[in-house]
Write a protein that binds this ligand. Structure first.
Ligand code: FMN
Length: 150
């Protein structure tokens, strides 16, 4: 039997802001978990991100730490810039590191939902993720991959 699969692989795009690398550590672990499931991934700091990457994504994970009861301004700007991209049918994740409050992930979740994304539960880690927390991030990456693998 010859099986020819011309379809492209499911793709997860991960975009994050970070001040002191905690949210970045989460983002890298999410990608590791997704890659382990054999899907395509794109991982970008928001400062290097191109919104067009989202167009053919099957899942979108956007991360920001909480600073002064809000997400980072760079992430906020990116989320506003993607308002013309239809995220309906795409799986969405809001994630980020925090100290004592949840505004950043709440806002990301609301924005992605308003663009049509089907959100999974937000992923929040307090301060610097340790081994257990990084493993949790990997599992969430695998979960996203499994949701978009058919
Ligand atoms: C100036 C400053 C303001 C902060 N404001 C908040 C806040 O309003 N709410 C909160 O939960 N954590 C706050 N934090 C804690 C950060 O969210 C936390 O250190 C987080 O791990 C930073 O993630 P990052 O390393 O990805 O930048 C603040 C930290 C700093 C330095």
């Amino acid at each position: 039997m010859i099986i020819i699969n011309c379809g492209s692989m499911p793709k997860l795009v991960i975009i994050y802001g970070t001040g002191s690398h905690n949210t970045e550590r989460m983002a890298i672990a999410i990608e590791e978990g997704a890659r382990a499931e054999g899907i395509d991934t794109v991982l970008k700091n928001v400062n290097d991100a191109d919104k067009n990457e989202l167009r053919d994504a099957d899942a979108v994970a956007i991360g920001s730490p909480n600073y002064n009861h809000a997400m980072m301004p760079t992430v906020k700007k990116f989320l506003n810039d993607i308002s013309d991209i239809d995220l309906s049918g795409k799986v969405g994740l809001a994630f980020g590191s925090y100290g004592w409050s949840f505004e950043a992930t709440d806002e990301i979740n609301g924005k992605l939902k308003s663009y049509g994304s089907e959100m999974v539960q937000d992923l929040l880690i307090k301060r610097m993720p340790g081994d257990e927390e990084l493993e949790l991030c990997r599992r969430v990456g695998s979960l996203l991959a499994c949701k978009i693998k058919k």
